[in-house]
Design a protein around this ligand. Sequence first.
Ligand code: ADP
Ligand code: MG
Length: 698
Amino acid sequence: MRTVSDYFGSKVFDDRVMRATLSAEVYASLRKTIDEGSALDPGVANAVAEAMKNWAVANGATHFTHWFQPLTGITAEKHDSFITPSPDGSVIMEFSGKELIKGEPDASSFPSGGLRATFEARGYTAWDPTSYAFIKGKTLCIPTAFCSYGGHALDKKTPLLRSMEVLSRQALRILRLFGNNTARRVVSSVGPEQEYFLITKEMYDQRPDLRFTGRTLFGAKPPKGQELDDHYFGVIKPAVASFMDDLNEELWKLGILAKTEHNEVAPAQHELAPIYTTTNVATDHNQLTMEIMQKVAAKHGLVCLLHEKPFAGVNGSGKHNNWSIATDVGQNLLSPGDTPYENAQFLLFLCAVIKAVDDYQDLLRISVATAGNDHRLGANEAPPAVISIFLGDELTAVLEAIENDTPYQGVEKTQMRLGVDVLPKFNRDTTDRNRTSPFAFTGNKFEFRMLGSSNSIACANIMLNSAVAESLRIYADRLEQAEDFQTALHEVIRKTIRDHKRIIFNGNGYDEAWIREATGQRGLLNYRTTADCMPHLLDEKNVTMLTGLGVFTVDELRSRRDIMLENYCKSVTIEANTMVNMVHKRVAPAITRFTADLAKQAAEKKALFPDLACSYETELVTKLSELTDRITEKTDELEEAVLGLQDAEDIIAESVLIRDTVLPKMSELRIPCDRAELLTAKSYWPFPTYGDILFSVK
Ligand code: ADP
Ligand code: MG
């Protein structure tokens, strides 16, 4: 029998293949580029291209593509075949080092937020050797970064790589201060837990809202939802199990470390988590995972919904971004150590994260902002839009002891003198106890829980890496100048705790009282919507930090703000138009038909039995007619709100109109529609209900 280890990574040009197909010198040179980011020799590129092509062709590939991640949030590819004509009329398969290293897709239709004037519409893609090439279908996919000719990043990979680089540089400065002279790089790693819904294609096809917007815009709550908690970790249904089997196999062939799978809270909701890996690779893998989930679902007659909130009133889907930093030899810098020295170093890195999250709450919120995710955050199923850190009681007490110079009241009293005492053993919270925290320390990593299920994880990790790099930079500047390292270290840690402890919160993040406390005395930010947070990307402190570290240029930031806001406005406008269309074409006609039939029946009954009151029919007709009037009125108002968008001066003004007029009108229109659904006979209702959809997969 073929086992997983036989085919794991079989579609990846990974280290095993490189070693087997490249000469020792070429392999060593490429390895150096991958591990240390050194420039690639053109001769080496030719040799690598040749080996890659031979391997790909032997594995059934006919085409190659530079696979990149434009600002649309999904991946893009343009296929070229390997064929080159030869004089005798046949073809040979060719692929040069030049083609491997650089591509020039005609990418003028990708969003650039004004970065790429149309006269220089072409950008170029550049090979990212740190992420292995792979075969998808019959195409060799080469992970690439996408830039304009002016050198501006037009994608999500370029700033992510830059952020990893600056984090490494600043973290190394700190490690050197602790006497670590051997680490050559510090790498951030991520394990993203991906949630999704599976429904049947049959149901999906009958819902224009799902097809056009990825979520339902109408739908009354089903009699049974997630109340019984009987789905979470429940037995996996046969159709889902068979989907998961196929999915795992496809992912494993691509070298993606799919590890855990289980049912989630809502009916039809599931989760897949891979084993963590380097942030850059984890990002590529997550993009591929989302794509392959959808493809495999289609093969099974299913549709995989990645929208953050496909069903109102039912839990939405998120993506937990488990993040940590480690040296190139695998020392996790967020893991408490066994010696006083290691502990002090751990505490400093911990403080760097605390400071980063407090200083750049807005950037973290911005990094997960989309129209879809706005429905989740703060909806008592996902973390609130207010950012705070969960450390657990014990670690918090350790920090308090340091701040106040008081003994730590753990199992035994310990005075906390850094670099002298061993950190008392505290209970590491690996149990995921506090699921309400947006940013939780779980023993040796942080779990950032605000990401939406469809988000590229690149954005969150760019901000996280950069913000932490900034804390480390400030610490290193201070500590490198210090006369007495121990004293200065103690001071830096104390100051961080004092200045930033407001961001630490171990309680229930869903509690209304917490939101009041957070936004009140603690002064934490609460940006509820994309329209609220996105303009702050260009706040001076954010621009200073991100440009100072070289992660973004001002132009890149401006273009990203505009693209994200455009995306928000467009998504919601499409939803509004879909609603209007569904009302006119389906909802209103269905109700009218039903009421007309009811009225007709009542009239027929009355003709035969004049004494009958027919109050059932009469009351229902009255109620439904009133609802239809209300629906018409609300539809008109929504249409008007959409028209009003034309008056917006710029994209910021438009996003405010979306938030304040279009979205509220959509909610108002939905209410009478959902009410009418409950009152209308099933055979008349023009599309499947929540009950039909959520329990459709057997
Ligand atoms: P849960 O959150 O369900 O309790 P785990 O904490 O075991 O599950 O793991 C969730 C994810 O965190 C997995 O993708 C796992 O690989 C990842 N993870 C574990 N350790 C680290 C780490 N040091 N750095 C980054 N991710 C990690
Ligand atoms: Mg988790």
